[in-house]
Structures are given as structure tokens and as C-alpha cells.
Design a protein around this ligand. Structure first.
Ligand code: PLP
Length: 374
């Protein structure tokens, strides 16, 4: 018997991931339920054909045209002015972008901090980069108390702070005041510098679901220019309906982005990926139009679940966390038997449902009523 010399801290672990099952109603991983239109498909196909003609060469390592397009998109979507290609980083999903942040700023002897319940991938970035992992808490309604947050920064002196807003799995967006208070405190809460001087904690606001936020909820992009240690991560996987293409990105000061360029693998973003992303971004108007419909569907879902007597977390995302249910594994399985796949995630007693099309949400409501005998 040969035994593998796996890192002791990885021994026996299984890979993270929600079940990928072939069922009619997929409401478990917060995808956009709408496939790209034929027009978008044609444009992507043409762009890929063009890229294919040059596939004997490595891709553009700096992908400045894509970074320029993403800066321009953030300008249109969030009114973020002054962003240029050098302020944007991208990778194969924002998961990889955030891993780059941990690779660059975390590491042995350093700590990453977040506030639970939150995205279950965060501790994996920390583990994989041998960064310590600590969590503060969210309140009972899943909001974040800024005083508690700042106290946690002062106590743990994290190299990196990960703030999901809207948060997954709760849907909770952070008020700008809270992000601002954390960013200000974070100027001096990083690990001690070589000569004993204080350093900044890098604060990542993970806005994977930002496009779904309700009117009046701001993006942390609006305070980016005041904080060189702040980064806002976004993705094309959710609102943009491009989960299969694997494109995530981040906006920050050029100095911060430059450090991420050091840790990326060579040519990490394929020519095909770059072509697909740029073609899709040309159709942002059409792709974003669906977001309004999904937001309305989300609000209807929240209202309906409350009518059924559930507690429902306010959601600025394309999913809803609801509870309590007595045996959530059972409810999950009973829904699955009826062709509806949702997610067992969050504190005990809660379930998360992603927002699908009107027809899919009707199927979810009917199945849930049946399961609960209502
Ligand atoms: C889905 C999600 C992401 C983005 O994932 P990609 O790697 O870009 O597909 C990032 N953060 C959170 C909290 C998410 O739920």
C-alpha cells in the first residue's frame, strides 16, 4: 500500500460543492435562470472563432482590453468613475480573484477575518494559502454591527477581511456606513510591519450579487477612491448569466492590483475566456434587463414566504434564506422528489432558494406547499 503525502490539514477532506443533479427546477446555486439569447450566442461564437485562429499563441497576459471593458461596465452599472484598466483584475471566477488576494496578502502567520454566517468558500481560501481563519458574528437578523466588526479587526489584526455584500447565504447587504467604518479602522489593523509600524488590513467587499441590490442600496465602489486597501470583487457568474464561462473580477487601487499580478499563474485567463467575456459585455443591456425581472420575482418570493409564516431574511440578492423548518434535510429531499432542487445552507433550520423564472418559482411554491401539507 502506498500512502500519499497529502498535507495533514487536508487529509480526509472532501471537495466543496453543491450537488449537481439533473432535475427540472434548479434553484440551488444562484445562477441566472435565463440562457443567453441566440444573438448573444452568435456573438460569443464569432468571438471564440476569432480567438481560435490564434490559439497556437499564449493569451494576452495582461488582458488590458477586457480590463478596460470591465471598468467601463462598472461605470455604467454603479456609476464608478475614474476606474481604468490598471484598477481592474480578473480571473476564472471571483473565487480565483479572492484566492489571489489571499495568496498575495495572507500566508503563514497571518489571518483572514470574516463574519458568519457567510460564504463557505472563504475558509477554504485561507486553508489553501495557510492563512489563519477567524470569524466574528452577524446579528440575529444577519446584519453586521460595525462596532463588533471594528473590535474584531483590532483584536485579530487580520491581513485580509472578507465582507460579502449582499452576503451569501443570507442576502444581507451592508450599509455604506458599515463598510466605511471598517475601511477606516482597517488602515492600521493589519499585521505588524517589519519595523513595528502598523499596516492596513486589505478589505475585500465581495459584491457577487451587487446587480440584484434593491434601489437605494449603494455599492462599495463609491468609496473605493478613498481607500487604497479596499477592493470590490464582482463576477459575471450571477446577474450576468455567465457562470459557465468562469469570469470574476475585482476593482481596487492600481498598487493593490499590481500585487495580485505577482501571484497569478502565467496566462491564467485563456484567450477563449477573454473573448467570451468581452462579447458578453457588449450585450450588457440585454443581459441586465433580466435582472429587473429577477429582482421583482425575488420580492414576490419574500412576500409569499412571509405569508406562509416563515421568517425571511431581507434579500438584496437573487436568493432568499427562509426558516425555520424542523427537519431541513427532509424538506430538501421532499422538494427534490418533486423536481425542485434548493440548498441546505445557513444556520440550522434555514433553507436557501435561488430565484428562477416565474414558472420555476411557481413550481417551488406549489412543491413547498405540498411538502408542508399546506
Ligand atoms: C457565487 C459567488 C461568488 C462568485 O463565484 P464565481 O467564482 O465568480 O463563479 C463569489 N462570492 C459569493 C459570496 C458567491 O456566492
Amino acid at each position: 500500500m502506498t500512502s500519499l503525502t497529502v498535507r495533514p490539514d487536508l487529509a480526509g477532506l472532501t471537495p466543496y460543492g453543491a450537488p449537481q443533479l439533473d432535475v427540472p427546477v434548479l434553484l440551488n446555486v444562484n445562477e441566472n435562470p435565463h440562457a443567453p439569447s441566440e444573438q448573444v450566442v452568435r456573438d460569443i461564437t464569432d468571438a471564440v472563432a476569432e480567438a481560435a485562429r490564434g490559439l497556437n499563441r499564449y493569451p494576452d497576459r495582461e488582458f488590458l482590453p477586457l480590463r478596460t471593458d470591465l471598468a467601463e461596465y462598472l461605470h455604467v452599472e454603479s456609476g464608478a468613475t475614474g476606474l481604468r484598466a490598471e484598477n481592474i483584475w480578473a480571473a476564472n471566477g471571483s473565487n480565483e480573484v479572492m484566492l489571489h488576494v489571499l495568496q498575495a496578502f495572507g500566508g503563514p502567520g497571518r489571518t483572514a477575518l470574516s463574519f458568519a454566517p457567510t460564504y463557505s468558500m472563504y475558509p477554504e481560501y485561507a486553508r489553501d494559502t495557510m492563512t489563519g481563519w477567524v470569524t466574528g458574528r452577524r446579528e440575529e437578523d444577519f446584519t453586521l454591527d460595525p462596532e463588533h466588526a471594528v473590535a474584531q479587526l483590532r483584536e485579530h489584526r487580520p491581513a485580509v477581511v472578507l465582507l460579502a455584500s449582499p452576503n451569501n447565504p443570507t442576502g444581507t447587504a451592508l450599509p455604506l456606513d458599515t463598510v466605511e467604518a471598517i475601511a477606516v479602522a482597517a488602515r492600521t489593523t493589519g499585521p505588524e510591519g517589519a519595523d513595528g509600524t502598523p499596516t492596513a488590513s486589505v478589505v475585500v467587499v465581495d459584491e457577487a450579487y451587487a446587480e440584484f441590490r434593491r434601489a437605494g442600496t449603494p455599492s462599495a465602489l463609491s468609496i473605493l477612491d478613498r481607500h487604497p486597501h479596499l477592493a470590490v470583487a464582482r463576477t459575471m457568474s450571477k446577474a450576468f448569466g455567465l457562470a459557465g464561462a468562469r469570469v470574476g473580477y475585482l476593482a481596487a487601487a492600481a498598487e493593490l492590483v499590481d500585487v495580485l499580478r505577482v501571484v497569478r499563474l502565467p496566462y491564467h485567463l485563456s484567450a477563449v475566456t477573454q473573448a467570451v467575456a468581452r462579447a458578453a459585455l457588449r450585450h450588457r443591456g440585454e443581459l441586465m434587463a433580466q435582472v429587473a425581472e429577477l429582482r421583482a420575482e425575488r420580492d414576490r418570493c419574500v412576500a409569499w414566504l412571509r405569508e406562509q409564516g416563515f421568517t425571511v431574511a431581507d434579500s438584496d440578492a437573487n436568493f432568499v434564506l427562509f426558516g425555520p423548518v424542523e427537519d431541513r434535510e427532509q424538506v430538501f429531499r421532499d422538494l427534490l422528489d418533486r423536481g425542485v432542487l434548493i440548498r441546505v445552507v445557513g444556520p440550522p433550520g434555514w433553507l436557501r432558494v435561488s430565484i428562477g423564472t416565474a414558472a420555476e418559482m411557481a413550481a417551488f411554491r406549489a412543491a413547498l406547499q405540498e411538502v408542508l401539507g399546506k
